[in-house]
Design a protein around this ligand. Structure first.
Ligand code: PLP
Length: 467
């Protein structure tokens, strides 16, 4: 396509494991994998994989092991905790609690909210920041047609009802739009509430600091932050965490156990019952260090260049519509902020991370995703992205949408391939046939082999992915 002829090329910011991986196509050829599914799970940074290779020979039990390897592993775990806290601008008395992922971190926080305290959350959230509150019977607020009106509604809701916690996402996993967390923290605190930010999408793509933003709690997942080794964190104020029952009752969470009662630990240990995931913690810490070397501005500029390139390419295809949470703030097809007044845009953090969701008129989202993978070696996500209320509100409850997402390992070539593949589909149609099997589209008689180490192709589909 000629649309890219004059656009400046964007290279990867950091090396990732799997860059350029050849993947088979249904036509019998192969192509380097274009991973445009970072928002689901990002590839490991090469520095993270190397760090783990160094640490693995010393892997041993932590905290109570007398052996040398145990001492090394204990140091690694606790230094990783400090490193993650520093990266997230934690205050002196904040706790860094290791969890499995963001879902686990937010469920932990949900049971630490003081008894009787109510939580306010928006209907645009990922299920991880929606179901823990819905299950408690907390208060959901419908996002208004514009961000400004939504902020006013949040303020009014907090003023009307005493609220312990405002729980919001830092960046939408559906549209990539950022929420103004500093401003939301001010609003929450003005009304005596704390604020928890689901930073699953925010932290890998923008620098975020608890101290600078005033946010009370951050939750995030290692696998979205280039450290896919099974660890997440909840970071924030210690008082609620120390007063709540242990998240996982078991070894490590206690000081003394009798047959009739237990003296529970305080600090992170209280909620980290069982053997900790030392290597997951080390991976996340190493990823934080590596992102810190890049710096927030370079990170944002890299994603913004790719996002604008993608939006400009999509805008040339009239069959494609890009999703936005705030329909009153119509998205600019070139990716420019919708608020032309710079001060207002900055105040509202009117910006987006590298996540763009769209629909293609005449094609089911799942069909397009299958086509992109089978004929072009491009990985995207389709469906409702575990954000059913938001996607329903955008009128896409039946078919969902297609989501392209990128990060530090992404290049303009990845984006160009997506635009080229969509252009090819809309101009020439597909080269293969696709069928719906168990709710997922797939190539008829898919000839692509799965490598031996993975075993046979899996037919399992989670209801969230499918729907
Ligand atoms: N919050 C957001 C905004 C997300 O995008 C996701 C995952 O996609 C989650 C929470 C849940 O993350 P995890 O599955 O790692 O718990």
């Amino acid at each position: 396509m000629t649309v890219f002829a004059t656009a400046e090329c964007t290279d990867a910011l950091l090396p990732v494991v799997g860059a350029g991986l050849p993947v088979p196509l249904v036509t019998g050829a192969s192509a380097p994998y274009a991973n445009l599914d970072y928002a689901a799970s990002a590839p490991a940074l090469r520095a993270v994989a190397e760090h783990l290779a160094t640490a693995l020979p010393y892997y041993a039990s932590v905290h109570r092991g007398a052996g040398y390897a145990s001492q090394v592993s204990t140091a690694l775990l606790e230094n990783s905790r400090s490193c993650i806290g520093r990266f997230l601008g934690a205050r002196e008395d904040d706790l860094v609690v290791f969890t499995r992922n963001t879902t686990d971190a937010l469920n932990l926080l949900a049971h630490c909210v003081p008894r009787g305290g109510s939580v306010l959350y928006l209907d645009i959230e990922h299920h991880a920041n929606l179901l823990p509150w819905q299950r408690r019977g907390d208060v959901v607020l419908e996002a208004a047609p514009t961000l400004r009106e939504t902020l006013a509604d949040v303020e009014a809701a907090l003023a009307a009802t005493p609220t312990a916690l405002l729980a919001v996402t830092g960046a939408s996993n559906v549209t990539g739009q950022l929420l103004p967390i500093r401003k939301l923290a001010e609003i929450a605190h003005r009304h005596g509430a704390r604020i928890a930010v689901d930073a699953a999408q925010l932290a890998p793509h923008r620098r975020v600091s608890l101290t600078e933003s005033g946010v009370d709690y951050l939750a995030l997942s290692g696998h979205k932050l280039y450290a896919p080794y099974g660890t997440g964190v909840l970071v924030g104020r210690g008082d609620w965490l120390d007063a709540a029952p242990a998240h996982l009752a078991g070894g490590g969470a206690v000081r003394e156990v009798g047959t009739t009662g237990t003296d529970w630990a305080t600090g992170p240990a209280r909620h980290e019952g069982g053997t900790p995931n030392v290597l997951g913690a080390a991976a996340l810490a190493r990823a934080c260090e590596e992102l810190a070397t890049v710096g927030g501005e370079a990170l944002a500029a890299h994603e913004s260049a790719l996002r604008q390139r993608l939006l400009a390419g999509l805008a040339r295809l009239p069959e494609i519509s890009v999703l936005s949470i705030w329909p009153g703030d119509a998205p600019d097809p070139t990716g420019a902020p919708v608020h032309s007044d710079k001060a207002e845009a900055a105040e509202l953090e009117d910006d987006s991370i590298g996540v763009v969701s769209f629909t293609v008129a005449g094609y089911h989202a799942g069909w397009v995703a299958a086509y992109l993978s089978a004929e072009h070696g491009i990985g995207v996500r389709d469906g409702r992205f575990c954000a059913h209320p938001l996607v329903g509100k955008l009128g896409l409850a039946a078919d969902g949408a297609i989501r392209a997402s990128f990060g530090v390992g992404s290049t303009s070539a990845d984006v160009d391939r997506l635009i080229g593949a969509l252009h090819g589909l809309l101009t020439n149609g597909p080269a293969w046939e696709y069928e719906l099997v168990d709710g997922r589209y797939r190539p008829v008689a898919d000839p692509r082999p799965i490598p031996d180490f993975a075993g046979p192709r899996s037919a399992v589909t989670s209801p969230c992915q499918a729907g």
